[in-house]
Design a protein around this ligand. Sequence first.
Ligand code: C5P
Length: 227
Amino acid sequence: MSSVPVLTIDGPSGSGKGTLARRVAEKLGWNLLDSGALYRLLALAGSRYGLEPHDEAGHAALAGTMNIRFSGDASGEEQIWLGNDEVSRELRTETAGEGASRVAVMPSVRAALTERQRQFAQEPGLVADGRDMGTVIFPDAPLKIFLTASAEERASRRYKQLKGKGFDVSLAALSQELAERDHRDANRAVSPLKPADDAELLDSTGLSIEQVEQAVLALAKARQLFR
Ligand code: C5P
């Protein structure tokens, strides 16, 4: 495995991992891996290719070959490409999240995405956000964060995030969907959502994103991930 420093951030949906990972990567000037986006992209690619949702071999093959790209537009807004289509908005929907969590239970799909994820570890460092970053993909990472928040707060954050992007969502439906997705993620046979033994547990309930970011940067500094 490479010697590039990796900071992993795992946790349930809506814990604030994505925002935190982006901010910390920016602060440190490190690369970012949004591993959830890979699962979302795979589910979307599968449906565009007409794969049955349970076609494990088909999704595993596609995981190795799908043509994806991450970029930023002029205003710094993230863009995610599947072939020639910019799909970032479509990927953010809860339908895409649910599709992702269905393909994510398939062992050969996870195996096919493993190497692709490790390739994101490039100098000067990587912040990796997901469910199994610290347990499976980067087990030697020098700092692993497991970020949680109460179920109510996670649903309400996701609700505000989606509303802010102009999606028409209901808080009750979203709470239900997140609970189902977390249950599937935590109870699957391969790489279930759980903290690594050496992870730092951080409960962000009632904390601002700035406070959480400060806590993580302080841990990173204490571990001498940067000077
Ligand atoms: O993080 P995000 O909500 O984008 O992830 C979507 C889904 O992808 C998760 O609910 C989970 O099922 C799956 N996932 C995973 N392993 C990861 C990242 C995401 O299984 N490392």
